[in-house]
Design a protein. Sequence first.
Length: 144
Amino acid sequence: MKKITALIFTLAFIALLPGVSSAQSALPYPDQVWVDGMVYNADLSITGRSENTNSNGLYVVTNMLGQRPIGEAKPGDKDYADGNWQIIYLEFTQQGLIFHDFNGDGIADYEMQSWEEVYQHMLFGHVEISHNGRMITRPLKSDF
């Protein structure tokens, strides 16, 4: 009887915990973003939106760890929107999970490093858009 009561109490406690996926916990404050094969650091000190009303896509994988977000543009690009991002959530398909996680440990062994690669892997059937997220402002800065 004590075991059943303890089990019910444990299940009730777990059910009341707020659910947070790995993507939700990592965002909306990514500290590193891939753009055109280079990793950029995000300026986390900026809290408001810039005066630029445009935005770029920030692609975030929700069903595998180790894949950093991928941005569509970087500082210096004509279409860079001053760090205004529209989050676009991606999910790897079963085929994509096998290709990007060779050893099956749930952590990406191969990271997509540009918007062009994301698009190619969509065409290969490795990744699909799950849904759009919110808008955030996180300007990119390079340390190189």
